[in-house]
Ligand binder design. Structure first.
Ligand code: HEM
Length: 407
């Protein structure tokens, strides 16, 4: 037994920093596949010297994410690369920022949210998504071609949907969106980002007071009926903004880029738009945008894949690597919009699995159907080497996506 464990320890790969170099924008960092072939769990030395772990297999990723001996609290967050740029970097953890809590404290929030992310609310939002997508296209077609698809289409849809969820009144939207767009703008300076955060936090806290006085039909108003305090509600509102905007914007833009660069697959989709739901699942799997996490910290000593994880050690679960695991998906590197994609981890797994996933799917589905109906001949307006990618950000994607079409 000792000899077996000894041999396993010897086989454990050790890497310094999360591998990030990609030879293709549509595939995970090159080093992850070979690491997973060696072992599902590698030693990961974080840039600050912390000796943690990296999970690369699908089965082990599910195991860690479903195990409540691993915590999602903020103190376990360590950037796995030097100089990571994250939009929430100036934000302290405040009451109500539930995603950084563990059960049972955390469970209270998720139950309340489940009562708000209802089928009825999603159905109510769908006509709004169609309206916004059409308005974005009207504007793109009025001004362009060319057009930056990220800022003209992919950002405005989730921004508007966050406003709908929070119930931001129409007259405040311009100011709200101006600040939230600062957070997803690659050119934003540290000081502008901090200012935008301060504005949004303050705005949401005032909005809650207004919702208590005069509730609407939005998610935030619904939550005012719970026992959450104003401070906690503000934290929930800010968490939804942080988690729902950049991720969805990035997925809409990267998904389109991937489709346009895989013309055979795009033809499959355009030939049968009934396959759009499945196509979206495959895009979310193949283009897994959460590429620097999730992180979890061991609350106690745990044995994982035969390795001893000590209490306090951080485990980084690589969702891009897990979603390309050949043990789980046949020919995983191939984008195949017709494959059965159930079980992918693009929206995470376990208690922290994305609560906004149905909304995100609706935004992708409606956004793409409106887009391909009105502009089926859309194409990328720059060679691949000129499309800048978000290597240093928590969410993978394009920094901008120039597109053009025939007029
Ligand atoms: C394509 C778009 C999206 C992707 C790929 C995505 C992906 C994810 C993933 C992987 C997680 C799990 C993180 C973890 O385990 O620590 C997560 C959590 C979360 N997502 Fe999403 N998400 C998307 C859209 C949205 C939207 C539209 C919302 C809300 C409006 C949202 C709200 C959240 C929240 C609040 C969490 C934290 C959950 C928790 O810790 O309990 N997401 N998302």
């Amino acid at each position: 037994m000792v000899a077996t464990l000894g041999a396993m320890v010897e086989m454990t790969p050790e890497i310094h920093g999360l591998p990030m170099a990609r030879s293709c924008p549509f595939h995970p960092p090159d080093a992850l596949g070979p690491l997973r072939e060696q072992a599902p769990l590698s030693r990961l030395i974080f840039p600050d010297g912390h000796r943690g772990w990296l999970v690369t297999s699908h089965a082990l990723a599910r195991e860690v994410l479903a195990d409540n001996r691993f915590s999602n609290r903020n103190e376990y967050r360590r950037w796995p690369i030097e100089r990571a740029r994250v939009t929430s970097r100036h934000m302290p953890t405040l009451p109500g920022m539930f995603s950084r809590l563990d059960p049972p404290e955390y469970t209270r929030y998720r139950r309340l949210l489940a009562g708000q992310f209802t089928v009825r609310r999603m159905a109510m939002l769908e006509p709004r998504i169609t309206e916004i997508a059409n308005a974005c296209l009207d504007e793109m077609m009025r001004v362009g071609p060319p057009s930056d698809f990220l800022s003209a289409f992919a950002v405005p849809i989730p921004s508007a949907m966050i406003c709908e969820l929070l119930g931001v009144p129409l007259e405040d939207r311009e100011a709200f969106l101006q600040r939230s767009n600062v957070l997803v703008d690659m050119k934003t300076t540290t000081i502008d980002s901090a200012r935008a955060w301060a504005y949004l936090y303050d705005y949401i806290s005032k909005l809650i007071v207004a919702k208590r006085a005069r509730p609407g039909d939005d998610l935030l108003s619904g939550l005012t009926e719970s026992d959450l305090t104003d401070e906690e509600l503000t934290g929930v509102g800010v968490t939804l903004l942080v988690a729902g905007l950049e991720s969805t914007a990035s997925m809409i833009a990267l998904g389109l880029y991937a489709l346009l660069e895989h013309p055979d697959q795009l033809a499959v989709l355009l030939g049968d738009m009934d396959g759009l739901d499945n196509a979206i699942e495959e895009l979310v799997r193949h283009q897994t945008i959460f590429h620097m996490g999730p992180f979890r910290g061991a609350l106690e000593d745990v044995v994982l894949a035969g390795q001893h994880i000590s209490r306090g050690e951080v485990v980084l679960v690589s969702l891009p690597a897990a979603n390309r695991d050949p043990e789980r998906f046949d020919d995983p590197d191939r984008m195949d919009l017709r494959r059965k994609t159930t079980g992918h981890l693009g929206f995470g797994h376990g208690v922290h699995q994305c609560p906004g996933q149905h909304l995100a799917r609706a935004e992708l589905r409606i956004g793409y159907s409106v887009l391909f109906q009105r502009l089926p001949g859309l194409r990328v307006a720059a060679p691949r080497e000129r499309i800048e990618m978000r290597h240093d950000m928590g969410v993978w994607g394009v920094k901008s996506l120039p597109v053009e079409w025939d007029v």
